[in-house]
Structure formats: C-alpha cells, structure tokens
Design a binder for this molecule. Structure first.
Ligand code: PLP
Length: 440
C-alpha cells in the first residue's frame, strides 16, 4: 500500500503544536517546522485527549478506595495492556513503568546476571549503564554484516548474559536486523535487549516474532510527553533482582528487620506511580497500533528520501552513515555542512526560518568520534512532518550556502546565538510579541 505525502500537513495524525507560530529574529512570525522528533515528539491529539479525560479522576494509584483512586488504578494497570499489545509481548514478559529509556536501561543493568556486550555506536543511555556491570564493547565495522560477525566472535569468546543493541541509531536512523541478532544471541547463550527509543515511534515491533527478550522506550519520543517510559522483558531476571528503588508499593510485607519484596512489575516501581504518564504512553501505543505500519514506513521513507536527495544536491552537505548495507533507516538524517559549525547552522535555521533541528554530539560521543566529528546536525521527522516542511529545510540550507546568513551569530561557551537576539523567550504568546517571561 502506498501513502500519499501531503504537501502541507501530515497524512496520519494531528500533533500538538503543528500550527505553532514562532518569532523570527528579523521580525514577524512563521509556522514552526519541527525537525527534532528524535529528541522529543509532540503529543498526539489522542494522547492529550486521554490525559484530559483522566485528569478529573487523577488520584492515588493502588493506594485508595475512593472512586477516583479506583479509576486511576484501573487506567494505570490497563496501560500495561496497551504496551503489551503494541509490542506483541510474550506471556512471560512484564511491563515495568519507568521515567524514560535511560531509567529502564539502568534498571535492567542492575538485574543482568553476567556480562553485557554492546556496540560502540550506542546512545550513552545504552552504553554507560553497562559500564558498572561487565560491559564488553565491540567496535562496529563498515558493514552491518561484518559488525554482526564481530558480535558473534565476542559472544562466542566467553559467556555473556546479554547483548544490548539499539533498534535504530539516534544519529543516523539506521536499523539493525533485530530478529537475526536475537537468534545469534540465543545461540550463544545470551539474551538480547533492544533500546527502541528511536525505533518504536517509527516501526512496529513484535517481541514474540523477533525473540527480543527486553525492550525499552520513552513516552516522550512516542508522542506522549508526560514523563513515562517502559522496560518490557522476561520476568525471571526482574523478579530475582534487588528492587530498583526501595520504597512503598514495591513490597508485600515490611517488618523492622525483614522485607518481603513484591514480584515485578511492582518490585521495580516503588513510589507513587505516574498515572498520567502511563495513560498517555498507553494512548500513544493505541494510536500507533491503529496506523497501518507499512503506510507509516512508506510515508517516512518518502519524506526522508526527499530530504536526503534535496540536501545532497547542495554543495558542502555531507550526509552521515555508519554502515554501507543497513537494511532500513527511520526518519533521521544527520549531516554536516562544510564551512559552518553545526551550532551556527542550527541557530540560523531557528532564528531566520523558524525551523528546529538538533546539533551537537547527540549523546553518542563514541560514534561521533568514529565518524571523525566533534559535532553534526540532525533533522528528524515524525507523524506531524509534511513534505512542505522538508522543502522549507532544504531551501533554508541552500540559501545559507548560496547567500550566507542575513543576521550575525556568535558562539559563547559553545552555544551559537543570533546577535542581537530580538526574539522574546516566553512559553505563552511568544509569537504575538507579548511581554516576555524570560527563561534562564
Ligand atoms: N536511546 C536512544 C537511541 C535515544 O535516542 C535516547 C534519547 O535520545 C535515549 C536512549 C535516552 O532516552 P531518554 O532521554 O528518554 O531516557
């Protein structure tokens, strides 16, 4: 099935902020073009609706007999069902609510009974937590095929409990063949964890079909910016481990000298649960389940290909890749521009064109070092992105290369800003020139 890429708006869904007006440094306003979905995605309409519906019933979870408490508890527990369906989780896999992917991976790192093998292309969240728990790093090769051969060699060389890999690179969007990696890990006596922070918003994943043992993602990258994430995975390690946090809700019985901890998921969810976060994340899972995955992938491929083609036609643009043979990539395009610092380009796009993209090292320092870079630009697309947005970004970069910027920019402490800065920084009515409530 094919998706038609609409010229002006998304074909799939309304997201909050899709008609946001932002001020320009030279005066006037424009509609914001958000190319930073990979950092945090705006809320889907279904997500904000679910949160609005639940707010009047917002009350303690698992801790009250009042009607609102009972409704909040029901919603919180039902949210596990939405995540289970979204990921097609197996019967022995539990859904633990966390704050975000980083939290989920730190939680799992404390449960793994042995070494963890990781690649050097990971986001820090899927790299640093394993340091304290027998981390063995494999350097990614120039091809996916060779990288997998090196992973096999490492996994065969001595026992490892876990292979921890990203589903999609947060820098280049390239994906790994997860089903194959799961088979390899299992053949070598290890389990597999997938950091799906970037994959889950773009591709449907079946834990059952792929054999993935553990998976983590963040609500705020999945169109549910309400502070919840998940770790989904096999119960035995989670039940055997020390509770992630010690506190109320994680226990069955507490005596003065002895504590009987609850099994997962409650074991790792001490403290008052984030019911709005869980409900929002569940609403996003339900909304994504309702979208045909092939249409979504086609839509993103069309937009990302349009962006890559447009950018590569501009002199001085260098698109970044890790591998020559990655099987797929999600809607993330990383690049550098000869003669311009990444931060300068990002500041120009924001100030003169109302376009938001990310610059820097993307919490993936080892990967950037491998690519021989100390910074780059990253444009990431999502459900609210249109082809008109893509064309705006390409034109803005082409204008910069052809004519230079129309404003001055200066770098202070590593941060590029227009000089003078004329835009008010306020969360309300910024584009209307209202009295600024200056942030910072
Ligand atoms: N993993 C990947 C691949 C990411 O892109 C990110 C965030 O950008 C994370 C993990 C960490 O996510 P969070 O900051 O929501 O914990």
């Amino acid at each position: 099935m094919t998706a038609v890429v609409d010229q002006t708006c998304s074909v799939f869904a309304r997201v909050s902020g899709d008609d946001l007006r932002v001020p320009l440094v030279q005066g006037g306003t424009t509609t914001y073009a958000n190319f930073d979905y990979a950092a945090s995605a705006p809320a889907l309409a279904q997500v904000t609706d679910r949160v609005q519906q639940l707010l009047p019933y917002y009350a303690s979870v698992h801790r009250g007999a009042g009607y609102a408490s009972r409704i909040s508890t029901e919603c919180y527990e039902a949210a596990r069902g939405s995540v289970t369906r979204f990921l097609d989780a197996a019967d022995d896999q539990v859904v633990v609510f966390t704050r975000n992917t980083t939290d989920s991976l730190n939680l799992l790192a404390a449960c793994v009974p042995g070494d963890t093998v990781v690649l050097d292309i990971e986001h820090h969240a899927n790299f640093l937590p394993w340091t304290r728990h027998g981390r063995r790093v494999v350097r990614a090769a120039a091809t996916v095929g060779e990288t997998i051969r090196q992973l096999i060699a490492e996994l065969c060389s001595r026992p490892a409990a876990l292979l921890a890999v990203t589903g999609a690179s947060n820098v280049t969007g390239e994906v790994l063949p997860l089903e194959r990696l799961a088979t390899i890990a299992h053949q070598c006596g290890a389990r597999i964890l997938v950091d799906a922070a970037q994959l889950a918003p773009h591709r449907r994943i079946s834990l059952r079909d792929t054999g993935i043992d553990y998976l983590a993602f963040s609500g705020h990258k999945l169109y549910a910016p309400f502070g919840a994430g998940v770790l989904v995975g096999r119960r035995d390690w989670l039940d055997a481990a020390e509770p992630y946090l010690a506190g109320g809700g994680a226990v069955r019985e507490v005596g003065v000298t002895r504590t009987e901890w609850a099994p997962a998921p409650q074991r790792h969810e001490a403290g008052s649960p984030n019911v709005l976060g869980a409900a929002a994340l569940a609403a996003a899972c339900d909304a994504l389940c309702a979208i045909d995955p092939e249409s979504l992938a086609t839509h993103e491929h069309l937009l990302a290909d349009r962006l890559r083609t447009g950018l590569s036609a501009i002199p001085g643009v260098n698109l970044l890749r890790i591998w020559d043979d990655s099987p797929d990539s999600v809607g993330i395009v990383a690049f550098t521009l000869d003669g311009f610092a990444p931060g300068q380009v990002a500041a120009y796009l924001s100030a003169e064109h109302g376009i938001g993209i990310r610059d820097g090292r993307f919490c993936a320092h080892p990967l950037l070092a491998r690519l021989g870079l100390d910074g780059a630009l990253r444009a990431s697309i999502g459900l609210g992105t249109s082809s008109a947005d893509v064309d705006r970004l390409i034109e803005a970069i082409a204008t910069l290369v052809a004519n230079g910027a129309s404003w001055n920019y200066a770098c202070t402490d590593g941060l590029w800003n227009p000089t003078p800065e004329t835009r008010p920084f306020t969360s309300t009515n910024a584009a209307d020139g209202a009295a600024p409530c200056v942030i910072g």
